[in-house]
Design a binder for this molecule. Structure first.
Ligand code: FAD
Length: 480
């Protein structure tokens, strides 16, 4: 057995502020990183090219960081259940470390790997949580139950002291593999980092956030220096750059959550008015929403399979194929919905207000199963994340953890309120660019004018459809 520790990166693609990596370093100076491109994930049919491209970019940046501190990041492309124990055994590693994850697939995989490592006499030390500020067992109700409502979760969560970013002094110098060990690693699956294209994912547009820790830190600084101060109001307007766009970095751990949190505390400290404080608080609440959904997924893994609320479990969704296609392509004839879907198709990212609008439209207006929308989002989003995406969809479909469950967004009132000049609509629906704002936001574009610019007629009538949905919803409630 050598002194070598393998540190398995998954959703923590950085070396600074990394809980598990710091723990590994405290046991040995010879720490080598490993990332496993898992075919069980990459070969699923809900993987977005933008997300893989971002992830590969983060891995490239991580390889550079490892090289700078004297070690390296090995890349595997195989089922980790076999590949990780095999590599660790071949290199005679004394332990493998990683940061724990909330998703059901990861939980099961990790338990299998711990058993396989044990069989080979390799240790799995410490259960480190890294991507959230509080691990799920820390935030429980008075009756020691997991929360199913956000507000009491938030009150408890914000009252708890939070860890500072992890000390990284020791990580500044690591020992690398010997040449002979490098050969052994190659014989046991280590490969050069492929491109996203090599893996079959083509994304040739710019990403909303450049990969790696440095661009994420820059975005955080830029955001906390300006937009955070007006976040509460501005975050609702999709034509304004009022949010952080850190979601992909947080999903892949290109930035540490403790680093993000301390930045909000410093901004709070420097704030000069109650108004600014309340803006910063609102952003902190979004960070807590992220954790709420992660805790929910950990405590209720059945969320990944379908509706949480009984009333929505056997809902008679109509799943009209043509409607679904029109929604995916941004051709529903509802300008705000179409703008949002086209933004996601083109950018791999969609503004939060619009995610709520299109999710409500798919479920309440088109009566399509939210799971289809959830999957389409995963096929497109750079930040596609099981917990956040599922949480957002369950909230919008009235099937999840929400004390006020029946919400139906009216696309016209949403556009009137949040895109009053139709700027966002004009940006993404080019055929409507020269129309009056009034037409764009109310959606009341005369049929002949729609025809003239090649824009579709509305595929459904919002008022009629929402009445229909409410009727079905009422019936379901009575049936349980
Ligand atoms: P900011 O407004 O700057 O928020 C900061 C961070 O807080 C975000 O980066 C994100 O990590 C977190 N956050 C913010 N809002 C939420 C929220 N409602 N739920 C959970 N976390 C939140 N977010 C994802 O990261 N991945 C998804 O797959 C995803 N799918 C969604 C699907 C639907 C139907 C809805 C309604 C929301 C979804 N969200 C998802 C949440 C939210 O839309 C995005 O996190 C946000 O738009 C990302 O932009 P930002 O980084 O500029 O956010």
């Amino acid at each position: 057995m050598s002194d070598l520790i393998l540190f398995w990166h998954r959703r923590d693609l950085r070396i600074s502020d990394n809980t598990g990596l710091a723990a590994a370093r405290s046991h040995s100076s010879k720490v080598v990183g490993v990332f496993c491109l898992d075919p069980n994930i990459l070969e699923r049919d809900d993987i977005a090219p933008a997300r893989v491209t971002y992830m590969i970019g983060c891995l490239q940046a991580l390889q550079q960081r490892y090289a700078e501190v004297g070690s390296q990041l090995l890349i595997l492309h195989a089922n980790p259940v076999q590949a990780i124990p095999r590599l660790a055994a071949a290199l005679k590693a004394k332990a493998v470390f990683w940061n724990w994850d909330v998703e059901p697939y990861s939980q099961e995989r990790d338990r299998t790997i711990i058993d396989a490592l044990k069989e080979k006499g390799i240790q799995f030390l410490d259960q480190n949580w890294d991507q959230i500020l509080h691990f799920p067992d820390e935030i429980r109700s008075g009756a020691n139950q997991p929360y199913t409502v956000y507000t009491p979760f938030w009150k408890n969560w914000i009252s708890k002291p939070k860890a500072n970013p992890v000390e990284t002094g020791l990580i500044a110098s690591l020992q690398n593999l010997t040449k002979a060990e490098e050969e052994i690693a190659k014989e046991n699956g280590a490969i050069a980092l492929p491109t996203a294209k090599d893996l079959g994912f083509i994304w040739d547009r710019d990403l909303v956030i450049a990969p790696g820790e440095a661009p994420a830190l820059e975005k955080l600084e830029e955001f906390t220096n300006s937009a955070i101060n007006e976040y509460k109001e501005q975050r609702n307007f999709p034509a304004i750059n009022g949010t952080s766009q850190l979601s992909a970095a947080l999903k892949f751990g290109a930035i540490g959550i403790r680093t993000v949190w301390i930045a909000t505390l410093e901004t709070l400290e420097n704030s000069r008015s109650e108004e600014t404080e309340s803006n910063i608080r609102t952003w902190q609440q979004e960070i807590a929403w992220r954790e709420f959904y992660q805790h929910a997924m950990y405590n209720f893994p059945e969320l990944a399979e379908g509706a949480f609320r009984e009333a929505l479990k056997n809902f008679p969704w109509q799943n009209n194929e043509e409607y679904f296609q029109a929604w995916c392509e941004g051709k529903t004839g509802y300008p705000i919905v179409d703008a949002a879907m086209r933004q996601m198709n083109e950018l791999g990212w969609m503004h939060n207000r619009c995610r709520m609008i299109v999710a409500s439209f798919l479920t309440k207006d088109l009566l399509i199963n939210p799971q289809l929308g959830e999957k389409y989002f995963m096929q497109k989003l750079i930040d596609g994340d099981l917990s956040a995406n599922n949480g957002g969809w369950q909230w919008s479909a009235s099937s999840g953890m929400d004390p006020k469950p029946l919400r139906i967004f009216n696309p016209a009132s949403q556009a009137q309120k949040f895109d009053p000049e139709g700027e966002y609509i004009r940006e993404w629906v080019s055929e409507l660019r020269s129309m009056d704002a009034e037409y764009l936001v109310t959606g009341k574009i005369p049929p002949l004018e729609r025809e003239a610019v090649g824009y579709p007629q509305p595929i459904v009538d919002h008022n009629q459809q929402q009445r229909h949905f409410k009727g079905l919803y009422q019936q379901q409630k009575e049936n349980i």
